[in-house]
Ligand binder design. Structure first.
Ligand SMILES: Nc1ncnc2c1ncn2[C@@H]1O[C@H](COP(=O)(O)OP(=O)(O)OP(=O)(O)O)[C@@H](O)[C@H]1O
Ligand SMILES: [Mg+2]
Length: 285
């Protein structure tokens, strides 16, 4: 009997110890879970801060590019134009003195400089345009994208088909700039990576928003993730999402890649960028 009681006591003690250990374990798991949740919240907060920071950085870059573009266009452009006019004046004066061989030589130099000046003015204009899509203000988003695509693709020998829909009305500036920058990176990617011969761009109205599709007939996206140093597609996605829209890539119907972005047009009266200066149209180059 005594043995039995002793055994029961031991069992009870072991059971108590087990319950205590179990409680302790539960407490530790609970603690660990709390700490994990806190880390997860912290991680989410950091990612959100990072996303906001990168959005802010993009806005600052856009503003800085606009400023540099204006300086290149206004200051450099005007200085070059002034110099070209001075050269024209010198040329007119020298033309009356061509009986002197040294003057003939100088005249040739002046003519050479005038050609160089013209080319430099064109380069300055192209730099200013690339830094800032000023066509957005002048002609609207559709014309700006079409101009940019034909300019970039044309130099690489690619054919561009462009379609747009003028039922969109005026766009909020942020949407206009966002759509333009997405198109710019997509066109650059096609020229750099796709080995395509044609690209097709469409800018259409869809579900209270703007649908931009850019298709190429190239080699298609690689199934392997791009290196971490590749920022273009990441930036396009961030831009679209920051504006409350979405973007996706898929294989094109007949090979190549099809990018489809949708941006909302719900900001209403703050809209300032025109989409188009004329009617629905589709053109080919
Ligand atoms: N239209 C396309 N056709 C085929 N491959 C593409 C196309 N667009 C992108 N890619 C592939 O996806 C990768 C990632 O593109 P992403 O724009 O992110 O980076 P990147 O162009 O390499 O560099 P950057 O940061 O200068 O844009 C490219 O390196 C390329 O391999
Ligand atoms: Mg790129």
């Amino acid at each position: 009997m005594t043995d039995f009681n002793a055994m029961a006591d031991t069992l009870q003690a072991q059971s108590d110890a087990l319950i205590a250990a179990n409680h302790d374990l539960e407490r530790r798991v609970e603690n660990r879970t709390q700490r994990l949740k806190a880390s997860l919240d912290e991680l989410r907060r950091s990612r959100e801060q990072l996303r906001q920071l990168s959005g802010r950085q993009r806005q600052l870059l856009e503003a800085e590019q606009t400023r540099i573009s204006r300086e290149v266009h206004d200051q450099l452009g005007q200085a070059l134009t002034g110099a070209k006019m001075d050269l024209a004046l010198i040329e007119r004066r020298l033309r009356g003195l061509t009986d002197q061989p040294k003057v003939v030589e100088a005249l040739e130099t002046v003519r050479g400089l005038t050609v160089l000046m013209d080319e430099t003015i064109q380069v300055a204009r192209a730099i200013a345009r690339r830094l800032r899509p000023s066509l957005l203000d002048d002609l609207g988003l559709a014309a700006a994208i079409e101009w940019m695509a034909r300019d970039v693709a044309g130099r690489a020998g690619l054919r561009v088909t462009f379609t747009s829909d003028d039922s969109l009305g005026r766009l909020p500036d942020a949407i206009g700039t966002g759509a333009y920058r997405i198109a710019q990176e997509a066109v650059t990617n096609i020229v750099r990576h796709a080995r395509a011969s044609t690209m097709t761009i469409a800018l259409l109205s869809e579900a209270d928003g703007l649908r931009l599709t850019i298709t190429d007939d190239g080699i298609g996206l690689s199934p392997v993730d791009p290196p971490q140093t590749s920022l273009g597609m990441l930036g396009m996605r961030e831009r679209a999402e920051e504006l409350g829209g979405a973007i996706d890539w898929e294989p094109g119907a007949s090979g190549g890649t099809r990018l489809s972005a949708w941006l909302p047009l719900t900001q209403g009266p703050t809209a300032t960028t025109p989409v188009s200066d004329n009617h629905t149209h589709a053109r080919e180059a």
